[in-house]
Design a protein around this ligand. Structure first.
Ligand code: ARG
Length: 415
């Protein structure tokens, strides 16, 4: 009996060729696994194609719910944004796909998993490292990285063997999409000076085309997780899908980034992530209300670390578990509602409230309801300034010279 491999199968040219390549060149029985993370496509056709090309089994699984609940929302709660502009849609999808490949490999008694990544991107790292963490005994095969055939060569290779691969018109871009966002690269985008052509955007309207009238949406959160839109409770998948439409309509969530890949090169990627941007904006606003200053500080200082960890393929690590435990703990009072205004490519939080809010009107107001103890402020300042005054008296002012000269680089400290 031939050994089995579970291949992450998208239905495109690369992975279609891979089905036959794994069989002919490596002697595997191929199980094609197609995972739906919200990337609209005709899953039945994909499944049928896998069989036609020679897979012994084709499996289609819906990963949308775990994707949102265990990957996207945790990344949201951590405030994970890579290099200021990338909300990590592709990067958080990979570890889940790896997990599902491993699960199917176990169910089917396979000895290997396979993916269609090239040898130049981040995704190969994410698949390989995740698999090594989850199932160190499984072999990892990356046909495209190994055979290194170009698009044209793959088409010829397939035609010579009568493999029915999908030969659509060569798309000028490489795209990856899931519920959390779309990533687009290659083609004319490889010139960082070239403006992205409008037709690459599928989820967002241009600012020029976006409605003149703003739209307000109330987003409800419970313990850091988005749970409702305009007062209607819904599951995370529905909420994300709905918000992608509403925010996309207003042109929200486009970014254009020359980013630093883990494997050492800079590359240009365009993103659109309307729901994810809107949710990040709202979530941050609610944290302002419900986290203390040191909590906000510490959490902010970890955002970058968290984003890097996701980007760099280290999802299934002890370090991530530790960071996630901290983030989880910070979210226990992040419950409430944020009103965002979406207008002409911008999303702004215009209102926030929470039953656990640390904001107190009585303490903050300058009006008659003021309950702040002004006398205590006086006492506080005396103590706060005590060491400052003491040092100034004993040292800085001791020689009778003016120690703080404006415009001198050492502030006259040693005058
Ligand atoms: N640059 C992004 C990342 O490394 C997206 C990669 C996939 N992009 C694509 N257009 N196929 O996570």
């Amino acid at each position: 009996m031939a050994k089995k491999v579970v291949l992450a199968y998208s239905g495109g040219l690369d992975t279609s060729v891979a089905i036959r390549w794994l069989k002919e060149e490596r002697g595997y029985d191929v199980i094609a696994l197609t995972i739906d993370l919200g990337n609209e496509k005709d899953l039945q056709t994909v499944e049928k194609r896998a069989y036609e090309i020679g897979a012994i089994k084709a499996i289609v699984r819906d990963g949308k719910q775990p994707f949102i609940d265990y990957f996207a929302f945790p990344a949201l709660m951590a405030g994970a944004v890579y290099e200021g502009q990338y909300l990590l849609a592709t990067a958080i999808g990979r570890p889940l796909i790896a997990k599902m490949l491993v699960d199917v490999a176990r169910e089917e008694g396979a000895s290997a998993i396979a993916h269609g990544c090239t040898g130049k991107g981040n995704d190969q790292v994410r698949f390989d490292v995740s698999t090594q963490a989850l199932a160190p005994d499984l072999e990892i095969v990356a046909p495209v990285r190994e055979h290194r055939m170009s698009r044209e060569e793959q088409i010829e290779w397939a035609e010579a063997r009568g493999v029915p691969v999908p030969v659509t018109k060569a798309s000028s871009y490489s795209t990856d999409e899931n519920l959390w966002g779309r990533s687009m690269e290659a083609g004319v985008l490889e010139d960082p000076w070239a403006s992205p052509p409008e037709e690459i955007y599928m989820w967002t309207r241009s600012v020029a085309d976006a409605p003149d009238t703003p739209r307000d949406v109330e987003i409800g959160f419970s313990h850091g997780r988005p749970v409702s839109l305009d007062g209607h409770e819904m599951d995370g998948v529905t909420l994300t899908q709905t918000l992608n439409e509403w925010a996309g309509e207003h042109g929200i969530g486009r970014t254009d980034l020359v980013e630093d890949r883990l494997i050492g090169i800079k590359s240009r990627e365009i993103y659109e992530a309307p729901a994810a941007w809107t949710l990040h904006t709202a979530h941050e606003a609610l944290e302002q209300l419900t986290l203390s200053k040191p909590q906000l500080r510490t959490k902010n200082s970890l955002r970058q670390e968290y984003a890097d960890l996701i980007y760099n393929g280290l999802w299934f690590t002890a370090h991530h578990q530790d960071l996630a435990a901290y983030v989880h703990s910070t979210q226990r009072h992040v419950t409430g509602t944020v009103r965002v205004r979406m207008h002409k490519g911008q999303v702004v939080a215009t209102g926030k409230k929470s039953p656990r809010s640390l904001y107190s009107y009585q303490l903050a107001t300058y009006d008659r309801g003021d309950e702040y103890d002004h006398d205590s402020a006086l006492g506080f300042i005396k103590i706060w300034g005590l060491p400052v005054a003491q040092q100034a008296k004993k040292q800085l002012l001791a020689d009778g010279e003016a120690p703080f000269q404006l415009g001198t680089s050492d502030a006259g400290a040693d005058a």
